[in-house]
Design a protein around this ligand. Structure first.
Ligand SMILES: N=c1c2ncn([C@@H]3O[C@H](COP(=O)(O)OP(=O)(O)OP(=O)(O)O)[C@@H](O)[C@H]3O)c2ncn1[C@@H]1O[C@H](COP(=O)(O)O)[C@@H](O)[C@H]1O
Length: 106
């Protein structure tokens, strides 16, 4: 895992014991799943708009917001970022078309 994802994961875990008044992440945990999901949805929509506009800097900025809020969602569900990385690793080299074909025959 990249160093920043590892370091951010550790901060997100530590924020489970933080005060919502002094931490944005703690305030999301305190607000609960619906608030976190709302932020994930908003950031996904903003990423889509940036991509439609063809603004590369804005796509990077909004994708960082989206990844960050997705990581908060994972942490809130006690799922490590490594679990997602392991899933991507498991899929590595398996064509999406082949994977879909194997599902369609089941
Ligand atoms: N990477 C981030 C990060 N990316 C985005 N954001 C925040 O996510 C929010 C994005 O929401 P919006 O752009 O919609 O802004 P907003 O209108 O203020 O949000 P709402 O009031 O609608 O919730 C902003 O408040 C950003 O500051 C982040 N907040 C924190 N981090 C990381 O998380 C760490 C812990 O943060 P705290 O818990 O606040 O200490 C920080 O040190 C950073 O490393």
């Amino acid at each position: 895992m990249s160093d920043i994802l590892q370091k951010l994961s550790e901060v997100l875990e530590a924020r489970k014991n933080a005060d919502a008044d002094s931490s944005y992440v703690a305030s999301l945990y305190q607000a609960g799943t619906d608030k976190i999901l709302k932020k994930v949805g908003e950031e996904a929509a903003e990423t889509i708009i940036a991509a439609k506009d063809g603004d590369k800097a804005q796509i990077i900025y909004e994708t960082a917001d989206l990844w960050f809020h997705t990581m908060v969602l994972l942490a809130h569900n006690d799922i490590s970022v490594n679990a997602v990385i392991e899933e991507l690793d498991r899929r590595f080299g398996l064509s999406g078309l082949d994977e879909k074909a194997s599902r369609d025959t089941k």
